[in-house]
Design a protein around this ligand. Sequence first.
Ligand SMILES: [Zn+2]
Length: 557
Amino acid sequence: MSKSNAKFFSAISSFLVAAAVVSWNVRCEAAEQPRVKNVILLVADGCATDQYTLARWYHGKPLPTDGILVGAVKTYAADSVITDSAPAASAYATGVRTSSKGISVGPGPKTLSIVPKPPEDLQRRPLATVLEGARLAGKATGIVVTCRASHATPAAFMAHTPLRDREEDIMEQAVHQNVDLVLGGGRDYLVPKSAGGKRSDGENHLETLKARGYRIIGTRDELAQLGSGRVFGMFAKEHMAAEIDRREFGPGQPSLEEMTRKAIELLAQRPQGFFLMVEGSQVDWGCHANDPAHMLGDLLMFERAVQAALDFAAKDGSTLVLALSDHNTGGMSIGNSSARGSSTQMPEKDLLEPLRRMKLSAPGMWKKLGSDKTPAGVKRIVKEYWGMAITDADANQILAVAKRDKDTPQNAFGEVLCPKYTVIGWTTHGHCGGDVPLFAFGPGRPAGLVDSPEIGRVIARALGLDLEKLTERLFVDAKQAFGDGKVTLDAADKQNPVVAIEFQGKTARLPVNKNLVQLGGKAVELEGVVVYASDTGKAYIPVQAVKMIRGQATAER
Ligand SMILES: [Zn+2]
């Protein structure tokens, strides 16, 4: 073959490969026979390349992710160049690009110019997730996080709601999702206010879980002792402690690595395989606060969780490991505008020494400051925990910024001190719109520059799932299914609404956020949760429920 011919053929074949990939992506129902038994997805919330680079310098040797870099992920949401964690995680969970604040529901009508306007029946409707699909395929499923289990990223795999803040609804759906293992924080969202928790609907879902055969555990020791079975490990009332603060503020809590290793040990007992999502939830918060201490502690612990996944996958041979972020946060850079920070003659010590003196997260320092909100108090705390001898002016500035940002006073430490006492730069306390690195290992791993929803489709393909069909199976618009009946939302008990379906003289009742149908005096468990989309007024129920309600009517006729 001549040189130019070879070039032409290689161009043609890469075109054909690209075309094949495109049609593959679009028609995931034509998925190949699954070669992958297990998928472990690890999300370092809110960071991009520079944070990993900084973690590597700090660690002093290569990171587990270093050897498995395969590409990058485009992170934008359907309606925003900069995404929040809710649509970002929803893309990974459902394979669909969705809109701000939504938890695994279709995009809204307003989209970016490059995003096609979604068809009306897709808008704001619940979308099946890879976790739901894995469960219906008989696989074990697990969620491991260091935030509340009802926070945006884990929520996107276990729940469906237009607003990520509805954490009571999210936790209720997580309880009724039949996930095999949930490890993280958020115990208060399972417990009613009357019993000291946060739930305003009066329900005690610790009891629900126990009745369903779950073990409820709350400490690192209890986790270590687990040998099998379904478990909710709720290690904190709210979020778990920052890794760097764990000894100080969460001594009984397991690390992300310990939770990940235990999760794999338990889930891998299922012969059909498993799906596990692990989130280093607080990398994002460290970056929001421009706090290198919080960020580094949690990102390095995330790396240890990645190593746990890789250890298993290397032995197993049929496990796909994906590690990535959902977006960048803080716009961190190695280098800032200070004289030292912009030097191209920078010795390692300029980068590392200030960071090595940090012994507590910024929220941890704010907590330690307590009521002593004086310049002297601030100077003392910063000296003790970040090893910096700061000036009165610095201390006053920290107090002023903390007063300005009342909800996030801890952000003041990093904002004031990083530019002056470190060579780390930050551009924002918010999220950023850039691409994030993609790490992967095992069969079916993606490569190149990947669109965020493609990650969800990669997982679906690996597990042999057809997410579109699963969405049709799990979420039928009840009014469409019962055009010949009557569907209403019974909100007599405001906190516990019920979808009521009158059909041929009988009424079926389906409590919102649960996987139950009450029919002919009996409550029967369903294969999916009942979702009420408050923004469209539509109720979604599994096809299984439609069949049962229609079937009963037929049987009794
Ligand atoms: Zn995020």
